[in-house]
Design a protein around this ligand. Structure first.
Ligand SMILES: Cc1cc2nc3c(=O)[nH]c(=O)nc-3n(C[C@H](O)[C@H](O)[C@H](O)COP(=O)(O)OP(=O)(O)OC[C@H]3O[C@@H](n4cnc5c(N)ncnc54)[C@H](O)[C@@H]3O)c2cc1C
Length: 299
């Protein structure tokens, strides 16, 4: 894609680089059809190809205080919207507490993308094949949106409305991603299938689960990406596994169940049939991986 973009130029636009969130929100209210610029990894490509031509760009990069990963005293993990993927990949807290988020970021694009792309941009882009949307849903993350009148919290499951469309209003900025504490014996896994390691997923799955006193599942989220316009929560598969003890055959049955109602798209990367078949394999892999990880968690 970068070679195709070489030499292409966007249409002229006004550029603002506010230094406070208040200033950015005021500009967003005032400037019609303005776009926010985060890492620019998706936005600038679309502008260079002239698929979109916003009259105004509001750059969020000079605003202090939007790039952080904080463990709060009540166990929530707060990640600023302008936190780059590489910060998340380097975070030991993320790696230990939410391995699925770490895996999704570690396996996102190449190092250049991870040095520029942001958590906020990756979520607001709402690409059906993006690595982050299924992970945010599986972790039951909450997304904090601000406008000039205050802030509101949007559960990740309600945030992704359609392909490349979120529940954010045009005058809102995503400022933070909040991940709730999961029970002590919890873990997760993210598995994707792509042509090459750095490519967008052909199919992907994010699993987060928590165990009861033994190896029985007491909470589970199984969320697929790249199979529908928004992250697809496999509730039937989750139901089959709730309360059950570790059993790989049962996981295989749940994975079969999980794709029954799926009608994934066909495109140049893969046919709908292939996506469905391969989903069974990666769902099983991800659940087994998450389950084994949770059994190993020391409390
Ligand atoms: C070669 C290449 C390969 C890639 N491979 C993958 C991949 O495998 N998996 C994957 O998931 N992604 C991939 N990406 C996309 C990458 O994840 C982008 O970084 C991401 O989609 C957008 O993040 P960004 O910070 O660059 O946002 P930008 O491109 O700056 O913005 C994206 C959109 O989000 C809006 N936005 C950004 N931040 C905010 C905010 N805080 N509040 C409100 N709106 C906001 C912008 O206005 C814009 O509409 C790839 C990109 C490239 C160029």
């Amino acid at each position: 894609m970068l070679q195709v973009l070489d030499g292409l130029r966007p249409r002229p636009f006004e550029y603002y680089a506010p230094t406070t969130i208040e200033e950015a929100l005021k500009l967003l209210e005032e400037k019609e059809d303005a776009k926010l610029l985060a890492g620019g990894q998706s936005l600038l490509a679309l502008m260079k190809l002239r698929i979109i031509s916003p009259p105004t760009l509001i750059d969020l990069n000079r605003i202090d205080g939007l790039r952080y990963i904080k463990e709060e005293s009540d166990g929530w993990l707060a990640i600023g919207a302008m936190t780059i993927y590489d910060d998340v990949e380097q975070s030991q807290v993320v790696r230990r507490r939410y391995p699925l988020l770490w895996e999704a970021v570690y396996r996102l694009g190449d190092q250049q993308i991870r040095n520029r792309g942001t958590i906020g941009g990756g979520l607001v882009e709402a690409d059906p094949s993006g690595n982050l949307p299924p992970v945010a849903v599986a972790l039951r993350a909450q997304l904090v949106a601000m406008n000039k009148d205050g802030r509101r919290i949007i559960p990740a499951e309600e945030f992704f409305v359609d392909s490349f469309t979120t529940a954010l209003e045009p005058n809102e900025i995503l400022t933070e991603v909040r991940i709730p504490p999961w029970p002590e014996r919890a873990s997760g896994a993210y598995v994707k299938l792509s042509r090459r390691e750095i490519d967008y997923p052909i199919v992907e799955v994010a699993v987060q689960l928590a165990l009861g006193d033994g190896d029985d599942i007491k909470e589970i989220m199984v969320v697929l990406g790249a199979v529908a316009s928004t992250p697809y929560r496999a509730t039937a598969a989750e139901g089959m596994l709730m309360g059950k003890s570790f059993d790989e055959q049962l996981v295989a049955k749940a994975a079969e169940e999980c794709v029954k109602d799926l009608e994934p798209p066909s495109d140049v990367q893969a046919s709908s049939w292939y996506r469905k078949e391969v989903s069974k394999v990666i769902v099983k892999r991800a659940i087994v991986k998450a389950w084994k990880r949770a059994m190993e968690v020391e409390v």
